[in-house]
Design a protein around this ligand. Structure first.
Ligand code: ZN
Length: 132
């Protein structure tokens, strides 16, 4: 599998952790959008496109953001599914479980190849003089 094109859309300033969105093209034939370049504790890393999970209202079935207290549609109260996690690690896990990857590599080699390509392109994009 070859990544034939990487396009970088910098997001500096909007959110201090999200640095850019990337779009990759595989084999000149398959495009994956909304890959994120994120500034982590140990440097930049690449996150695969994901969507937020939703919880259905028990009364009307309206899909609300995870952990909403009340339904946006009928204002019924939504019982909490799990107690709020106590440790930072558990809270991080809870946040992660609210997101599901839409497309992602299943081997470490492939993930690293995509990450290297995207980060190289990001660094190259950052090095360019800003157009006014
Ligand atoms: Zn409802």
């Amino acid at each position: 599998m070859e990544i034939t094109e990487v396009r970088i859309f910098p997001k500096e300033g909007l959110n201090n952790k999200l640095r850019a969105y990337a779009t990759i093209t595989i084999e000149n034939a398959f495009v994956v959008r909304n890959i994120k370049v994120i500034e982590g504790k140990n440097g930049l890393f690449v996150a695969m496109p994901s969507r937020r999970m939703k919880d259905s209202c028990p009364k009307c079935g309206h899909k609300n953001e995870v952990r909403s207290k009340f339904c946006n549609e009928c204002s019924a109260s939504i019982p909490a599914k799990a107690p709020v996690a106590a440790t930072p690690e558990a809270q991080h896990d809870a946040r992660q479980s609210e997101h599901k990857d839409i497309a992602h590599p299943i081997t470490v080699e492939c993930r690293e190849r995509i990450q290297r390509k995207v980060l190289d392109a990001y660094e190259a994009e950052k090095g360019k003089p800003k157009s006014i």
